[in-house]
Design a protein around this ligand. Structure first.
Ligand code: 8YV
Length: 321
């Protein structure tokens, strides 16, 4: 019996590649270079399934005429804003993602960024490595801790909640949140739901956990940045598109807000030079889900979606068809 052909656009953890081979005729990307539009089109034309990542831009042209052979796009990741769902639907292509398995890893990274910016961790490390540390003194690199501070969470899905739990239980932070769909569970836990405006005015740390959609694009722009406290720190582990980065760079340079911790960018992998020059900004290279547990979990989840589809079952994490 012929097995479905699955093209995998990036290298995956070894155990995941091995498990994929047990069920599919797998085409791996040995060089691990990102696929361009032509590579994607060729892969879609010649395989039954595509296992893709955030570095693959799957737009209407990729799926478009003449019809492609691929029937399912299994995204390795929770966010799927790089896939044109309308175009996939128009061509009857199923799209799946991998929610849940990267929640803890991403929540941990959001808190890491809060600590790094608040406690001036990278400033200190840069100074020490440059041989410029002259010794302990009471006024040296004094920052701000998390304990007792107000955290505003924008987008209260799985990851937002995981951040809220850790911030409240681990650091005694007061959590307020903004979401489209408030739940009784969050209210019962003593978290206060607020409008975006009220949250921005109150929070010392603002952490973004909303998906990137047409509606959320630049939800943090010049107006919103001006609503924030002068001592506020903006954390983004969701998607770069949520923030107007040009406006953020202005706000940081002009002291409209105090600092930022970013893991995601509008035009990855490029980062605005103006941000690179700022001290109160911590910049990470999209590490949210970069733990062994999360990456293996994501791979297994993608495999489960592919197996379900080719066995005639509904893939558990279908986001469009
Ligand atoms: C993933 C992410 O590593 O899952 C997501 O939404 O942002 C990342 O943590 C990335 O999407 C891989 O495709």
């Amino acid at each position: 019996m012929t097995r479905p052909i699955v093209t995998v656009t990036r290298r995956l953890p070894e155990v995941v590649e091995t498990e994929l081979r047990e069920s599919f005729d797998v085409r791996l990307n040995a060089d691990d270079l990102p696929f361009g539009p032509l590579d994607l089109r060729r892969a879609l034309e010649s395989s039954d399934a595509l296992l893709c990542t955030v570095t693959d831009r799957l737009d209407r042209a990729a799926f478009g005429a003449p019809p492609v052979r691929t029937r399912i796009v299994a995204n390795f990741g929770a966010g799927f804003n790089h896939v044109d769902l309308d175009a996939a639907r128009d061509h009857g292509i199923v799209v799946t993602n991998t929610p849940g398995v990267l929640t803890d890893a991403t929540a941990e990274l959001a808190l890491t960024l809060m600590l790094m910016v608040g406690r001036r961790v990278t400033e200190g490390e840069r100074e020490l490595r440059a041989g410029k540390w002259t010794g302990w003194r009471p006024t040296h690199l004094v920052g701000r801790g998390l304990s007792g501070r107000t955290l505003g969470i924008v987008g209260m899905g799985r990851i937002g909640r995981a951040v809220a739990r850790r911030a409240a239980a681990g650091f005694g932070m007061e959590v307020i949140y903004h979401t489209r769909t408030p739940t009784a569970e969050d209210e019962a836990l003593g978290r206060r739901c607020a409008s975006l405006e009220a949250l921005l005015a109150a929070a010392e740390f603002v952490s973004l956990h909303a998906p990137a959609t047409r509606e959320t694009r630049h939800m943090i722009g010049p107006r919103e940045l001006r609503m924030m406290r002068k001592d506020a720190v903006l954390i983004n582990t969701a998607r770069g598109e949520l923030v107007d980065e040009e406006a953020l760079a202005d706000a940081l340079l002009e002291g409209v807000i105090h600092g930022a911790g970013l893991d995601v960018y509008e035009h990855e992998p490029s980062v605005r030079p103006r941000l690179l020059r700022l001290d109160h900004v911590v910049l990470l290279p999209h590490l949210g889900s970069a733990t062994d547990d999360a990456r293996i979990g994501m791979g297994r989840r993608a495999i489960e979606n592919l197996r379900a589809y080719f066995e005639g079952r509904t893939p558990p994490d279908r986001v469009a068809d």
